[in-house]
Design a protein around this ligand. Structure first.
Ligand SMILES: [Zn+2]
Length: 117
């Protein structure tokens, strides 16, 4: 079972009773996980569950405009380059798309400038 507990890894979705998060299970090879997490241990069933897991929002999306860090509603802030399908789309000036590596949600970031005085 996959759960989110605010006291464990800041609420990241993890295999229940462990600190192993879904993102890690999705972004590493089975062989690497099983070899490097023998002490847990990580099983094929855990990896299958992580791959099939549908993220539920645990927070609002956040954009840190100082560091340009985005945090997705799933609680992760690990991004990949937009897919070729998205790269081919045209966006307005100051707009770009980021894709959450955990849940796959796509976010369009719009950067604007407005005179206020
Ligand atoms: Zn996400």
């Amino acid at each position: 079972m996959i759960t989110s507990d605010p006291d464990v890894r800041r609420g990241r979705w993890c295999i229940d009773g462990t600190r192993i998060d879904v993102l890690m299970l999705r972004t590493n090879s089975r062989e690497w996980l099983i070899e490097n997490y023998k002490h847990v241990p990580v099983t094929h069933e855990m990896i299958d569950e992580a791959l099939a897991f549908e993220f539920k929002p645990i927070q609002g999306a956040e954009l840190d405009i100082v560091d340009w860090d985005l945090t997705c509603v799933c609680g992760e802030s690990y991004w990949e380059s937009p897919t070729s399908e998205l790269v081919g789309q045209s966006y307005g000036p100051g707009e770009y798309v980021r894709v959450c590596k955990a849940c796959g949600k796509r976010w369009k970031v719009t950067i604007g400038l407005e005179a206020v005085g």
